[in-house]
Design a protein around this ligand. Structure first.
Ligand code: ADP
Ligand code: MG
Length: 565
């Protein structure tokens, strides 16, 4: 594309050309100096631009679109404050292993480097470095294609992550002859190369697995990301290996599968003798693979694309480093030659625990208490979602997260999107928007009232783009619960208290969305069905008993112990 008849283009146009050539379909961002025209040009060449109200949500949208599409999600931010607002999402993408590129405009290098106080002047690239998998700056239009290629490769190869790409204002307006500029453009070949593990690693894993009497597979979001759906299914089902899905891996195999041990989590962790990690890290979410929840003699077989992940928390007996599809394909070949011994007793013991826990859960779900508690409300949600098994479920909060994860079954891969590795709050609306945009199917977001507040303004974005998102705010008047008292005497609400009886549904009316206030399971059931069926932006204020939440949900033990109560 040229800026005038003299066959001249500039950095901004060339940047858009490079993104287009690399298959970028959507940019999520917030415009302002110096990137407003970049977004305009992107639209003019057919790249969809989704404009947000806050960069963190735009970044979250880009990150989750990376997870969903296996291409880097693109977030566009303005300099300094906009850049910093996006950085939380970039860090989160890196921690979660989602491919994303945050492209930010930045101000004059000469002024920044001498710290002379430019408009929104900040040394952005160096600030981004510790939060990103890689950070690059493009100073000349002729380097754009290389910069974009490096960003794409860094985001996608090995363990995916967030990449920062800095575009200086001077570079964006530097002119270059269009013919010369076009010749610089290219797309990187094979940016996420297949990584096949060694035969020796596979044999070592099989030797260990052959001795297992109580095997357990743990499926993580790395497996979901890798699209090794068939291989994971064949490995587990053909060999009768019970499995635990990590939360964003739910649905790779259906949660109601006979081999799913999710409702016997404590029992299988305490008793498994051989654990096969399939794209799941032994981080805090798995108590680092040691301690009182684990069988002290357990041995691990770890499948991961990142060699440095192995032994990160405890010794791994059989590492298999490679991409999961290639690794499991090799395993399956070997296992055809020498099938594993069956573990009928182990499976029977798991079933017994599952049945006992299912009875306890059924009792909780049958609660008719009013105001609703988490379980009476989630029973209504679950009854509706059982009819819509192929839609997205976005979920964040503390109790709302824990209980929804346990109650709502998933049946298909990559439909459950949640707080992820950091347990971060604020992903709700960004994830919902990107899921609706890239997946072109309805989204239901189950949000704690506090969690919703972090990205709640994006309901305007949802309404503006007319996205099929139904938000259910589990409103218990506060963080964890709404009944805490101020321990002093100044009359302010307690630190965990939010507005008592807030009507979050009223917010979406301001932007033309559909609003419901649900005080009973029946009202919730009807409102949720209508929201999904309508395909229109809908917000349901779901009134939950303010007294029922547990401090920090299931992870209250992570709070520092205090001798003062
Ligand atoms: P979860 O939170 O679901 O347990 P984690 O994010 O902790 O999942 O772990 C995902 C792991 O998957 C990471 O260690 C990452 O390196 C790995 N991974 C990512 N992509 C692939 C892939 N294609 N093949 C194998 N492992 C992968
Ligand atoms: Mg709450």
């Amino acid at each position: 594309m040229t800026t005038d008849e003299k066959n001249i283009t500039d950095g901004m146009h060339l940047m858009v050309d490079a993104l287009k050539m690399n298959g970028v379909e959507t940019i999520y961002g917030v415009v302002g100096i110096p990137v407003t025209d970049l977004a305009r040009h992107a639209q003019s060449v057919g790249i969809r631009y989704i404009g947000f109200r806050h960069e963190q949500s735009a970044g979250n949208a880009a990150a989750i679109s990376g997870f969903l599409t296996k291409k880097p999600g693109i977030c566009l931010t303005v300099s300094a404050p906009g850049f910093l607002n996006g950085l939380t999402a970039l860090a989160c993408a890196t921690i979660n292993g989602f491919p994303m590129i945050q492209i930010s405009g930045s101000s004059d290098r000469n002024i920044i480097d001498l710290q002379q106080g430019d408009y929104e002047g900040l040394d952005q690239m160096n600030i981004a470095k510790p939060f990103a998998k890689a950070a690059y700056r493009i100073n000349r239009p002729e380097d754009i294609a290389t910069g974009v290629a490096r960003a794409i490769r860094a985001a996608l190869s090995g363990r995916p992550g967030g990449v920062y790409l800095d575009l200086t204002t001077a570079m964006l307006s530097t002119t270059i002859e269009a013919d010369i500029a076009q010749k610089t453009l290219f797309t990187p070949i094979d940016p996420a190369p297949q990584q096949t593990p060694s035969q020796k690693a596979v044999e070592r894993a099989i030797a260990l697995l052959s001795q297992a009497k109580k095997p357990l597979a743990i499926i993580g979001k790395g497996a979901a990301y890798s699209r090794a759906d068939e291989e994971v299914k064949n490995f587990i089902v053909n060999n009768n290996i019970p499995y635990l899905p990590m939360s964003m891996a739910k649905g790779l195999l259906p949660d109601d599968h006979a081999l799913c041990a999710a409702s016997a989590r404590g029992f299988v962790l305490a008793n498994a003798d051989t654990v096969i990690l399939l794209g799941a890290r032994l981080n805090w979410l798995l108590e680092h693979g040691k301690g009182k929840k684990w069988n002290p003699d357990v041995k691990f077989i770890q499948f991961d694309i990142d060699a440095t992940e192995i032994d990160s928390n405890r010794p791994i007996a059989a590492p298999v480093v490679g991409d999961l599809s290639s690794s499991l394909a090799l395993m399956l070949e070997e296992l055809k030659k020498k099938p594993l011994p069956q573990c009928a007793e182990w499976l029977a013991a798991i079933k017994k625990t599952k049945d006992a826990n299912a009875a306890k859960m059924a009792e909780k779900l049958s609660s008719t208490a009013l105001p609703m508690n988490y379980f009476s409300a989630l029973k209504a949600v679950s009854d509706v979602l059982e009819k819509y098994k192929d839609i997205y479920l976005v979920n964040e909060g503390a109790n709302t997260l824990d209980n929804t994860r346990n109650v709502i079954n998933m049946y298909h891969p990559r439909l459950r999107l949640d707080c992820g590795t950091w347990g971060v709050m604020g992903i709700g609306m960004g994830y919902s928007i990107a899921a609706a945009v890239t997946g072109k199917r309805p989204v239901v977001a189950i949000e704690g009232d506090s969690a919703f507040g972090f990205s709640g303004m994006e309901i305007e974005t949802i309404c503006r783009y007319k996205l099929p998102v139904t938000i259910v705010v589990f409103n218990n008047n506060g963080i964890y619960r709404g009944t805490d008292k101020n321990l002093g005497c100044d009359g302010d609400p307690s630190p965990t208290t939010l507005t008592i009886g807030a009507r979050y549904d009223k917010m979406i009316e301001a932007f033309g969305g559909t609003a419901f206030n649900a005080g009973t399971p029946e009202e919730l059931h009807n409102a949720l069905s209508k929201g999904i069926e309508s395909g229109k932006p809908t917000l349901i204020n779901c009134v939950i008993d303010p007294a029922v939440g547990v401090e920090s949900g299931h992870i209250g033990n992570l709070n520092p112990k205090s001798c003062v109560k």
